[in-house]
Structures are given as structure tokens and as C-alpha cells.
Design a protein around this ligand. Structure first.
Ligand code: FEO
Ligand code: CA
Ligand code: CA
Length: 668
């Protein structure tokens, strides 16, 4: 079907997470100003390394010991105390001294007593549907109700965003003209990959300081492309989501490309459908009403082209199916038979996550990023109020409320503009006949309101301790000098930045606020990069490409990255501790880093901050950029076999539990 050949020969699927597609926002919302951006130069890192060895040669050991203690305490006023990891690239993961990083769940691990052991040479869809899925992204943790220690016994929820067939299966890559080329998917391979997508619910328990899966738990569950889900909220049942297979417009199978997510205050998980466009193929019937809608979302897009194997993913057969993806999905982990709900009130776009918080008046506010170059930052405010004493009354809070899109002004103010049918330009004159239409085409509604075009909004994390909100903007090398604005201050923004929002009156439901750039990322020793880490930040502590973020119970910000590498920044991705207040503001320290080829996803702390769960996604992908390996990594020739390091085991995406040796809170 169409461009299969191109996909198979370029490893397109592994690029889904990255900047493979052209930016989809072709409107000309205003931009202003100018500033320089420049890619990382290796010179900076070399200079740093030389400087360190020069100091070691001339300074006495006593002075070095003092310096080491100071490093562990952090810079003056820092909220963090740990000795940071040395940034770099190798085949293993590394955590700060004094901590353990234990692999908890690996791709293929059996999740049920009757699930087969992982055998990479004999994978089947049936086995995969009973095992931990591929490419773990979001990780959430909720204490088991009634647990003696809420931070030692709970349910873990993990997204399985996408698959890397060249790393998963033997015999998928063949060498043609000296180059590795990926073979077309077979029906069997498609079926395994489909079962490797979705999410996992797993009961876990910590005993003698070590976490393990409770394999016989009734709560363990795999959610896949075959799981029945319900469309709920304003779009449910409307004409544009009805298909041949579902004339009700309410029943959908599966969730796709689940990226980040969050816990809700009532004890469910929400999960964002991100690059869902990459699964659809085929051509809409001539003149179909969804043409402009799909174009704005780059549907169809070649990477997976599942329409070859399942009719509903072929636009010619099922033109409306793609309108049933691109939503926030809510899952109740405590009822394994519950039907997950796609909460359409929160809009349809390439959803990153839906981090949320209870506002002063009890309404719940979810912050939403649309991860595309030049797309928007959103927030949803529920109509109803959270009732801490009545879980059932909270279960459909996400079905009604107001979705807003952000406009960042140059004077440091911010406006949250409501996306409500009938208001402003969101009327029949612009092709909207209902709120359902506004939600199905959320991006176009944002275009019409003149929202600010951002540098790929990823996680947006409200901080209940300091009342602020942190927006991860991962990068945007397509931004031209004339497109620079105050909130996106660098052209060719290779390293991304973080914006801090203060809502008016410290009220998360406010429709106005203030903002400033907390951090411009990249190597601060290369002036032309224009990074803004504090001078206390070491050569290990700076990073590029912020992606996922979490605030711990003390209100401290932790940032996980996607896109650092040997060529980009001379370091792998990892988990960085970022100070946000006092003299230490903008100081960053490296706490954990991933093996070659991986990105870090998910960070999640137990309520008492004694465990950090992190997700190591797509380890071993890439390869040519790492001089020590220097070629494309694939199943038969892998750049790393983390975490098992056995010759008959492939590299495996895994969730890692980080704890302090001997116990205690992390980073204090
Ligand atoms: Fe799946 Fe926006 O990263
Ligand atoms: Ca992400
Ligand atoms: Ca990511």
C-alpha cells in the first residue's frame, strides 16, 4: 500500500517519536524577535574533560574530598543532595552513588501465572498479550487501597508507546548493498507488534527493600489494540466517530501510541494517545469531509500502515476510524474488567500527557501538551468538583468541563482561551456545527483563536507545593529566525526549553497568568547555544530535550529527556534534578542515565519519595552516531544487550526501580 518500501528501508517506525514529519501547523499566527540557536559542538565537552584532569593533577586529595562533599550537598540553597553521575555514553545504565537501579519489568516478562516465559525466537501474539509490552513510556503508581505501607505496595501503570521491529525480531533486517534494510511486516509480526502496544497494569510490592511483581494478582492486566474501550464525553455517539463496525459511535477497540499520562486524584490513570497518525494508511474517498482534519494531523502517515492487516486502519475502508484515536484515555486499575474510556472533552491531538491537580475550589485541572512542532499548550478545567470522600462521584469528572488553549504574550502574561462551540470564531461560519466538531478538530480551533505556536509541548506539570506549572518544550529545529517569539526564544531550537507558569492568584483554574522561561537547555559552555543553566551546574548537569517531568512530594522538579546522544550532546538521556527556587534556581544535576540508544520516560515517585520508577525506552536503537559502535543497531548486531547482557537475549525496554541503599528519601 503506497509507501511501504520507503518505510521498510528507512527504519521509519523507530523515528515515530522523533522529528520525522514535517510540521503540521501551516497557519501564520504571529511570531516576533530573534535569537541564535546552535547545535552542540564536541569541543565544549572535550574542553570540560581536559579541565577536570588538569584540576586532578594539581589539587591535593584533601581539597578534592571537600569538593566531593560539596558536590553531594549541591550548590548553595539546592533542594537536592546526591553525588551526580558522570554524563556519557555506554551500554549500561548508571545511577548516583549510594543508590540501586533495579530492573523491575522487562519487555516480555510474564504478567500472569499462566503466561509463557519470554522466548525471543518464538514470539506469538498470544504470548505477547500476556507479557509486559514494548517501549515502556509513562509510569504511574497508585498505592493499593488499605496497604500497610502505601509506598511499598501498589499498582504500576505503564504505557507501551510503540514498537521497534528491527530490535524485537530475528530476521527482520537484511543486508542489501552493504546496508541494513528492514523487511516488510508479515501478518504474524503485525499481530505481535499490535499486542506489544497499549499498557500494563501490574500489582507490585516492596519486600526487604526490593520491588517485585505480584504475579498472581487479580489486578494485573494487559491493555492492547484489541481491548474494548468506550468513547465518552461530547464526541461520543456523534456522526464523525461512527464506523461500519460501530454504528453507535461509542465502542472502540484499542489505544495507540500511548506516550505520557498521569494519576488522577480519584485513583485512576490517564494516558495520552500521541503519534496515532502513523498507524493509518490508504486514501480517503474523494472529497471526504475529513480531508482537512486529517491533513492537520498528518493522517495517513507511513510508518506502520496497519491498514495492510486490519481494515479499520485503511482510510478507504473506514474513513472515520482515525477520529476515534488521538484522545486521553482513562483506566481504572482497581477493576480489571472496567472498560477504559476515551475522554473526548479533553480534545483530540497528539496528546503527550494529562498531568492534573485539584484547584482551590475543588475543580480538577489537567494540563495537556500537543507534541508537534508549532503546536499548542492546553488545559482542561472540569465542570464538577472533586469529592475526596466519594470515588464513584468522581469517575466521570473528565467528561464535562472547558478546554482552553494558551496564548503567551511578549510582556510575560498568558491567556487561556476557551475552546467552546459558538464562542468567537468557533461557529458554523468556520465549519463547526457542535462542540463535538470543535473537539475532533482541536488543532484547527486553536489555529482560529491565534494560540501560540510552541516548540513541541511535552509534559506539563503542575506543582502543588509552589503553585506553579512547568512546561517541557523539547525542541524545534524548524523554527526560523523570523518565527522566534518570547515564549519560544531560539531559532533552530535543538535543545528545547522549560517555561514556568504562575496562574493568577495561584489558582489553577485561572484564565490568565504570568510566565517566564525557567531554562533554555543545551551546553552552557558554548555561548552561541544560549543555554541558561546556573553557573553552579556542572559539565554533567546540563541537558537538552526535556520531555517528561515530575514533581516529588517536596515540590522538587525532576526532568527526563529524549534526544540526547553522542552526536547531539555527548551524553545519553537521563533523569535530571532541577532546582527552581532561591539562589540555586536553574541548577541541574544528573541523577540517572540510560544505556546507549534509549530515551528516559515516566519518572514517578512513590508518595514518600523513597522509590523513583523510570522507564528506559528503545535502548539499543540508533548506533551510527556512537563511535564505539559506529553502525546501525539491530537484532542480530546490537549496540547493547541491556538489561540481561546475554548473547541469546535481545535488548529489552524495561522499567527500573531506583531506591537508596539502606532506604530513605531520594536526593536529600
Ligand atoms: Fe512520545 Fe512526546 O513523546
Ligand atoms: Ca514524551
Ligand atoms: Ca518521550
Amino acid at each position: 500500500m503506497g509507501d511501504d518500501t520507503q518505510y521498510e528501508s528507512t527504519f521509519g517506525a523507530s523515528l515515530l517519536e522523533h522529528e520525522d514529519a514535517a510540521p503540521q501547523n501551516l497557519t501564520d499566527n504571529p511570531t516576533m524577535g530573534e535569537l541564535i540557536g546552535q547545535r552542540f559542538s564536541r569541543r565544549g565537552l572535550l574542553k570540560g574533560a581536559l579541565a577536570v584532569s588538569a584540576i586532578s593533577a594539581t589539587v591535593g586529595t584533601a581539597a578534592l574530598a571537600t569538593a566531593e562533599r560539596a558536590e553531594a550537598r549541591g550548590s548553595e540553597g539546592s533542594a537536592f543532595a546526591f553525588k551526580e553521575v558522570a554524563a556519557g555514553v555506554d551500554a549500561d545504565h548508571h545511577v548516583a552513588e549510594g543508590y540501586d537501579a533495579d530492573v523491575l519489568l522487562r519487555w516480555g516478562d510474564p504478567l500472569f501465572p499462566d503466561a509463557p516465559q519470554f522466548d525471543p525466537a518464538k514470539q506469538t501474539p498470544e504470548a505477547q498479550a500476556r507479557q509486559f509490552g514494548y517501549n515502556n513510556d509513562f509510569v504511574g503508581y497508585l498505592p493499593l487501597p488499605g496497604a500497610a505501607d502505601p509506598s511499598a505496595h501498589g499498582v504500576l501503570f505503564v504505557n507501551h508507546e510503540y514498537t521497534n521491529p528491527h530490535l524485537m525480531f530475528p530476521g527482520v533486517v537484511e543486508i542489501k548493498d552493504g546496508k541494513p534494510v528492514m523487511k516488510n511486516a508479515t501478518k504474524e509480526r503485525y499481530s505481535i507488534e499490535a499486542m506489544a502496544h497499549g499498557a500494563t497494569v501490574a500489582e507490585i510490592r516492596r519486600t526487604d527493600g526490593k520491588w517485585a511483581l505480584v504475579k498472581d494478582s487479580k489486578l494485573n492486566r494487559r491493555i492492547t489494540v484489541a481491548t474494548e474501550m468506550q468513547l465518552s464525553g461530547p464526541v461520543a455517539g456523534t456522526e464523525r466517530v461512527r464506523t461500519k463496525a460501530d454504528t453507535s459511535g461509542r465502542k472502540v477497540f484499542g489505544t495507540l501510541n500511548n506516550c505520557a499520562g498521569a494519576m488522577t486524584p480519584w485513583g485512576t490513570f490517564v494516558s495520552g494517545e500521541e503519534n496515532f497518525h502513523g498507524y493509518f494508511s490508504g486514501k480517503l474517498p474523494e472529497g471526504h469531509r475529513e480531508e482537512a482534519n486529517y491533513k492537520r494531523l498528518a493522517i495517513p502517515s507511513s510508518p506502520y500502515a496497519w491498514g495492510r492487516f486490519e481494515e479499520r486502519f485503511d482510510l478507504a475502508s473506514e474513513p472515520n476510524e482515525a477520529n476515534r484515536f488521538g484522545w486521553i484515555v482513562e483506566i481504572d486499575p482497581f477493576d480489571p474488567k472496567s472498560v477504559p474510556k476515551k475522554r473526548t472533552a479533553l480534545g483530540r491531538f497528539k496528546h503527550e500527557g494529562a498531568d492534573n491537580i485539584v484547584a482551590k475550589d475543588g475543580r480538577v485541572v489537567a494540563y495537556l501538551g500537543d507534541d508537534e512542532r508549532f503546536d499548542y499548550v492546553y488545559k482542561f478545567v472540569t465542570a464538577g468538583r472533586f469529592d475526596p470522600n466519594d470515588r464513584a462521584a468522581n469517575m466521570d469528572l473528565l467528561d464535562s468541563g472547558t478546554l482552553h488553549v494558551a496564548k503567551f504574550a511578549a510582556d510575560g502574561t498568558l491567556e487561556w482561551m476557551p475552546l467552546v462551540f459558538g464562542q468567537g470564531p468557533l461557529t458554523a461560519a468556520n465549519g463547526f456545527a457542535s462542540q463535538a466538531d470543535v473537539l475532533i478538530e482541536t488543532r484547527r480551533a486553536g489555529d482560529l483563536l491565534g494560540a501560540t505556536k510552541m516548540d513541541r509541548p511535552e509534559d506539563i506539570t503542575p506543582n502543588g507545593v509552589n503553585g506553579r506549572v512547568y512546561v517541557m518544550l523539547t525542541n524545534n529545529t524548524s523554527r526560523k529566525d523570523e518565527q522566534v517569539d518570547a515564549a519560544n526564544p531560539r531559532a533552530k531550537n535543538a535543545f528545547g526549553h522549560i517555561i514556568e507558569i504562575i496562574e493568577d492568584g495561584g489558582d489553577f483554574t485561572a484564565t490568565k497568568g504570568r510566565w517566564e522561561v525557567l531554562l533554555k537547555c543545551g551546553d552552557p559552555s558554548v555561548a552561541a547555544v544560549g543555554a541558561s543553566f546556573s553557573t553552579e551546574t556542572s559539565k554533567n548537569g546540563w541537558f537538552g530535550m526535556p520531555d517528561n517531568a515530575v514533581v516529588d512530594s517536596a515540590g522538587r522538579l525532576w526532568v527526563a529527556t529524549d534526544g540526547n546522544g553522542p552526536k547531539e550532546t555527548g551524553r545519553t538521556d537521563g533523569l535530571w534534578a532541577v532546582d527552581t527556587k532561591g539562589a540555586a534556581r536553574r541548577t541541574s544535576k544528573l541523577f540517572y542515565r540510560v544505556p546507549h540508544g534509549a530515551e528516559l520516560c515516566g519518572p514517578c515517585f512513590t508518595p514518600d519519595d523513597t522509590t523513583a520508577f523510570v522507564a528506559v525506552q528503545h535502548p539499543g536503537d540508533d548506533g551510527p552516531d556512537w563511535p564505539e559502535f559506529g553502525r546501525r543497531s539491530y537484532y542480530e548486531d546490537l549496540s547493547t544487550r541491556w538489561p540481561d547482557f546475554k548473547p541469546d537475549m535481545p535488548v529489552r525496554p524495561s522499567v527500573v526501580a531506583i531506591t537508596r541503599k539502606g532506604g530513605g528519601k531520594i536526593g536529600v
